[in-house]
Design a protein around this ligand. Sequence first.
Ligand SMILES: Nc1ncnc2c1ncn2[C@@H]1O[C@H](COP(=O)(O)OP(=O)(O)O)[C@@H](O)[C@H]1O
Ligand SMILES: [Mg+2]
Length: 383
Amino acid sequence: MTCFSCFFGKGDSSVRRTVEIDEVLSALKNVKLYSYKDLRTATENFDPANKIGEGGFGSVYKAKLKDGTLAAIKVLSAESRQGVPEFLTEINVIANIEHENLVKLYGCCVEENHRILVYGYLENNSLAQAFIGRGHSSMQFAWHMRRRICLDVARGLAFLHEEVQPHIIHRDIKASNVLLDKDLRAKISDFGLAKLIPASMTHISTRVAGTAGYLAPEYAIRGQVTRKADIYSFGVLLLEIVSGRSNTNKRLPAKDQYLLERAWNLYEKGEIVELVDTVVNDDNDLMEACKFMKIALFCTQDMPKLRPAMSTVVEMLSGDKDVNDMMTISKPGLLSEFMGLKGNTKVSSYVLSADSGKTSSSGMEMDTSVATMTFNSIYDRSN
Ligand SMILES: Nc1ncnc2c1ncn2[C@@H]1O[C@H](COP(=O)(O)OP(=O)(O)O)[C@@H](O)[C@H]1O
Ligand SMILES: [Mg+2]
């Protein structure tokens, strides 16, 4: 029998738990373990010049691994520390998921107190930096590129929802979690991370102001974690990609601040074309862009069960399934409206109470999660 602590150093009480080596090794089928020293070298001592981002889970560095491969290294913050076996079990799940539209997890470092994830590096950064909202790069994204990005993301999400067993709910679909590779193909990042962090610091309670625009009301308010909440977020992202605007813009007049609300108002007046980014001007492209907006509205309907499954969304986006004029779309779920306020301060307290499991099961709809589901669970047991 080999002790886990011999493997990972002596500093962390959790690693002192003795675990048989066979169990450990079998859990590491596709996970490469990196030493802290190697990652320090790869990032030039975590040089701030190599830092490419800072998210809710910690800092992200660009790194060059020993074999010359470029990687993105996510150093999880202290609060997200988990015992080694639990951490590796989750990492193993993530590392086994491979799809051309999902960012590849190469491995991790679990030495002493460090919890570091090593991902494939994507050269063209995130959608948020590429073309959505203020302060984005000057790259021009023509319609055919946007169309392809929408389909890439939809396929990646359909894979997580419908092919992976047990299926995975992303819970943080947003523009900064869609990364672009050297050929500007889109890949979804950060899937499966929800299980790595304690309930007290889920992205949703700590960063609710930044992500509120993507949150399905039933998720934000009642903590109901289902695939339908991801589909809602995808709908909001679709609107962002087609319009080139961020889901929330506080500098606009109150009625226009939320992209989804604005899209719905224009759709009802038959003027949704106004929201399409001005770089799209060919008539056929404009028609298709309007169709994509309609699909987005389909995904963001208030009633979760009316939102289509991701595989259906893929069919609609690719033209394999008709999106005809007869299709009725009901009003989107608007968090701001539900809360009766435009700011988001109240949302976090609702969300925090959902986190601590205080929400009751009363009033839950049939297609939503079981009563014991909390924000820390990523598996959708609803259907
Ligand atoms: N694999 C990667 N390749 C290139 N850049 C990445 C990668 N992963 C993350 N990044 C960059 O680091 C930033 C921070 O990432 P993250 O910690 O996940 O926070 P968030 O998703 O909230 O932006 C991202 O917005 C992106 O610009
Ligand atoms: Mg991210």
